[in-house]
Unconditional design. Structure first.
Length: 440
């Protein structure tokens, strides 16, 4: 998932993109892996907390709400922070906030309070948002402008690699402990309290490891902070300027589609573990079902490599429409069938998800010219869809089952298909503001 770039680099920064500043690039790209891994691990936390606290699907979906609401709350403050501190110092702040979020899992586990975990997820997401505000534009400008797309594609590939690995690690460290616990109705109150305490610590463990890695990365970027070749952020884009951009229909449609896409993608990832463990799908244990989620995200990783080849030769709008319609078909197959076909049809959605976020994003900012930073900020704030659609999907599933609840994401993909078809022709360039002429 791409991040935001609401602060624009100065031309001086762009000119500095060659030479020594290129030495920063490998370290910046490493950040994409770090937040991809951390983000995807939330998909494993949801079923773990559901089992731990005997939650409904709606309540379990609140893990995604707590996480993705950070994009709406923190995006603008993070942009202001970038303008004040610069790119490298902002990266350090983002990494440290992420580390604090990870460390907060310890008191949440000790207290055994569900809301404590939600608070920790929000802080973690806040750090990731700050990190993305700085890292995405930084990758674009650390190097020659002609190769910016290839750098971002590779960075997103590493982001996908992180999302691919996270379910394997989460299944081994979290879900394997959850499923070994005896049924709650066979335990006394005291025994149940002991079991839940142990399970809570299983959720905490991977985040303690991540906290250590984040601290090491923060120290590395702190040492790099005075690099004279690092680019400089220019200005903050205000809320008024961002909202004013919605008068452009292509952009407004793209903002809606980013909201729907992130919500749909996260909904499927959140509930896939529970879905694949159902007897009428694959009937897997929680840990094995969690491992299968890797193939959902792994499909996105492979699809990005294939998509970069296809998108260079076919209209991006047409490719987007095609992929969205295929996803609608796959979800429908999963919803109205059983067994292997139902399970693997849903997993296959990941392959066709791969090109959607970057394609919607680039189609949305196409032709925006000097207002591209404001348009980019709007699109990135729409990532908050990941906070709202998963709980809605969970609420529906509590009443009609998970299979049919996935039809809500299917409706989201139908809207995306319509956007892709409408954007199959390049958008006209945005006209510059007229200059007033005084007649003497």
């Amino acid at each position: 998932m791409a991040g935001m770039g609401a602060a624009a680099p100065t031309s001086a920064a762009s000119d500095a993109s060659g030479g020594k500043s290129g030495a920063l690039l490998p370290f910046v790209i490493l950040l994409f892996f770090a937040w991809g891994f951390s983000t995807c691990l939330v998909d494993l936390v949801a079923p773990a907390l559901k089992s731990l606290f005997s939650l409904t699907n709606f309540e379990a979906g609140l893990t995604q709400f707590a996480f993705f609401i950070g994009y709406a709350v923190v995006s603008l403050p993070a942009s202001a922070l970038l303008a004040k501190l610069g790119y490298l110092r902002t990266v350090v702040v983002g990494l440290l906030v992420m580390m604090v979020g990870c460390l907060l899992f310890a008191p949440a586990a000790n207290a055994g309070v569900y809301w404590g975990f939600l608070g920790a997820l929000f802080v973690l997401a806040s750090g990731i948002t700050i990190l993305q505000v700085a890292a995405n534009p930084l990758v674009a400008i650390l190097g020659k402008p002609a190769t910016a797309s290839s750098r971002l594609t590779f960075a997103q590939f590493l982001n996908s690699f992180g999302t691919f690995l996270a379910p394997f690690v989460g299944s081994a460290l979290i879900l394997s402990h959850i499923e070994k616990a005896p049924p709650a109705d066979t335990l006394t109150a005291a025994q149940l309290a002991v079991v839940r305490h142990a399970q809570a610590h299983a959720v905490q463990t991977p985040y303690m490891i991540i906290a250590g890695v984040l601290l090491a990365l923060a120290l590395l970027f702190w040492l790099l902070r005075k690099n004279s070749n690092a680019p400089v952020a220019e200005k903050v884009v205000g809320v008024g300027e961002m909202l004013g951009m919605l008068k452009h229909r292509r952009l407004a449609f793209a903002v809606l589609c980013i909201f729907l896409y992130v919500g749909a993608e996260v909904s499927i990832g959140t509930y896939m573990t529970s879905y694949l463990s159902q007897p009428d799908t694959l009937g897997l244990t929680l840990s094995k079902a969690g491992g299968m989620v890797s193939f959902y995200w792994g499909g996105a990783m492979v699809g990005r490599l294939i998509g970069s080849f296809v998108l260079a030769r076919v209209s991006p709008g047409k490719v987007l429409a095609f992929c969205a319609l295929v996803v609608v078909g796959l979800i429908s197959v999963s919803a109205f069938t059983h067994g292997v076909s139902a399970g693997y049809a849903l997993i296959a959605v990941g392959l066709f998800n791969s090109i959607m976020f970057p394609t919607i994003f680039t189609l949305g900012i196409e032709g925006m010219g000097h207002r591209t930073p404001a348009a980019s900020g709007l699109l990135c704030m729409a990532i908050v869809g990941g906070a709202l659609i998963p709980p809605a999907t969970g609420f529906i599933s509590d009443h009609i089952g998970l299979a049919l609840a996935f039809l809500l994401p299917a409706v989201c993909y139908l809207v995306i298909a319509a956007f892709g078809w409408s954007a199959r022709v390049a958008a006209p360039a945005l006209l510059e503001e007229p200059v007033a002429v005084t007649v003497h």
